[in-house]
Design a protein around this ligand. Structure first.
Ligand code: CA2
Length: 146
């Protein structure tokens, strides 16, 4: 699970858009859902584009797939698109808010073309749905190892 910029602020500001769950709450819930389906989740957050690129690159060989909430870099980062493409793993794009219903600049995702799918708009539950989608995708494609 990779969390991008400003998501460390979850639960502390803008609850009307991003809810009241903290990042620690999200990660704890993901671990519990992962446990229930026999998967392991490692979570990391960074505010830095290059670090996000590093993390996506490093996922290859270490994980079966990635859930990625790239935050604002979703809409701007060709570097992240290239990293998602290059990592060769299934990546599920995830957003707390319904980006399609917000400002026009949030409607375009740079990374979506390289992702297996996108979940957006379900609050913190988006992460759970994204994880379940990723596990289902791995099972259907015979790529689940853990
Ligand atoms: O809805 C999402 O998950 C987003 O990825 C969140 C990003 C935004 O730029 C994307 O368009 C959609 C922003 C993350 C900011 O997170 C905050 C959380 C609490 C308080 C302030 C910011």
């Amino acid at each position: 699970m990779l969390h991008g910029p400003n998501l460390n602020l979850l639960g502390t500001r803008e609850p009307a858009i991003y809810g009241t769950a903290t990042l620690a709450d999200v990660d704890a819930r993901l671990r519990s859902v992962a446990d229930s389906v026999g998967a392991d989740v490692e979570a990391a957050q960074t505010n830095h584009e290059g670090v996000l690129v590093d993390r996506v690159q490093q996922a290859r060989g270490a994980f079966d797939g990635v859930v990625l909430n790239a935050g604002g870099y979703t809409h701007t980062s060709v570097a992240l698109l290239d990293a998602v493409r290059a990592c060769g793993l299934p990546v599920v794009e995830c957003h707390i808010s319904n980006t399609a219903a917000r400002e026009p600049f949030r409607r375009r995702s740079r990374i979506a073309p390289a992702c297996v799918g996108t979940v957006a708009g379900f609050g913190a539950e988006s992460y759970v749905l994204a994880l379940r989608g990723l596990v289902a995708h791995l099972e259907a494609s015979g790529r689940r190892t853990g």
